[in-house]
Design a protein around this ligand. Structure first.
Ligand SMILES: *[C@@H]1O[C@H](CO)[C@@H](O)[C@H](O)[C@H]1NC(C)=O
Ligand SMILES: *[C@@H]1O[C@H](CO)[C@@H](O)[C@H](O)[C@H]1NC(C)=O
Ligand SMILES: *[C@@H]1O[C@H](CO)[C@@H](O)[C@H](O)[C@H]1NC(C)=O
Ligand SMILES: *[C@@H]1O[C@H](CO)[C@@H](O)[C@H](O)[C@H]1NC(C)=O
Length: 182
């Protein structure tokens, strides 16, 4: 893919993330889906500005190993961007279930959207290729899922007010390839 095209994809993503109109008409499920699907763009394009559209400021994330206790948006952004700094990556999301709590359904005000929470399970396939000169051609493909807890925030300047507050990465199968991840 040409660099110019990659850059225009990133520019589109950022303008979509900033545009108020992007929210119009999305259901709650679609808003959460949008949040979940912004993650691959953030990490694959190494775009720190997109992480706050995915994770809440106080989020915690466990990607196991050296990244098993990332606490707060800064630690998550820095930890994940450092982990892909010498890699070219593509994260592909698949099977998705989203479970939304609706306070109104339990006798509260159905129009009161504050305090809603959701849980999501999303399969991923991550293809990681080394861009380090010491390991030309090395790659690995990882298969797993993200188990997420999300909250609805009052953020209005983007396609979704939902943010991940807790993420647990679970590997589901052995990995492919010959790249050893530090
Ligand atoms: C992170 O996840 C791993 C694998 O499930 C678990 O063994 C570990 O205790 C977790 N660490 C934290 C800090 O939650
Ligand atoms: C995870 O990090 C937080 C904040 O740095 C710390 O308070 C907590 O003790 C750590 N948990 C583990 C299991 O290391
Ligand atoms: C999400 O999972 C947590 C932990 O298992 C649970 O306490 C909570 O009720 C779940 N929320 C929803 C909306 O399913
Ligand atoms: C990894 O495998 C690729 C494809 O077979 C090969 O080109 C490359 O030399 C291997 N790299 C290492 C570091 O083993």
């Amino acid at each position: 893919m040409k660099l110019q095209h990659l850059l225009s994809v990133v520019a589109l993503t950022i303008s979509a993330a900033k545009g108020q109109s992007a929210t119009a008409g999305l259901t709650t499920w679609e808003q959460i889906h949008q949040t979940l699907n912004t993650y691959p763009l953030a990490v694959d394009f190494k775009n720190a500005a997109l992480f706050p559209h995915v994770f809440a400021p106080n989020a915690v994330a466990n990607y196991t190993g050296a990244l098993s206790n990332m606490t707060g948006i800064e630690a998550i952004t820095q930890g994940l961007l450092a982990s892909v700094s010498s890699l070219i990556t593509q994260h592909q999301l698949g099977t998705t279930t989203i479970d939304i709590s609706v306070p109104g359904a339990k006798g509260g005000d159905p129009d009161d959207k504050t305090g809603r929470t959701a849980n999501a399970t999303t399969y991923f396939t991550a293809a990681l290729f080394s861009s380090a000169p010491e390991t030309p051609g090395a790659y690995t493909i990882l298969f797993g899922l993200y188990s997420d807890e999300l909250v609805e925030t009052d953020v209005t300047d983007g396609p979704s007010p939902w943010r991940i507050v807790k993420r647990q990465l679970v590997f589901m199968t052995p990995t492919l390839g010959n790249l050893t991840l530090g």
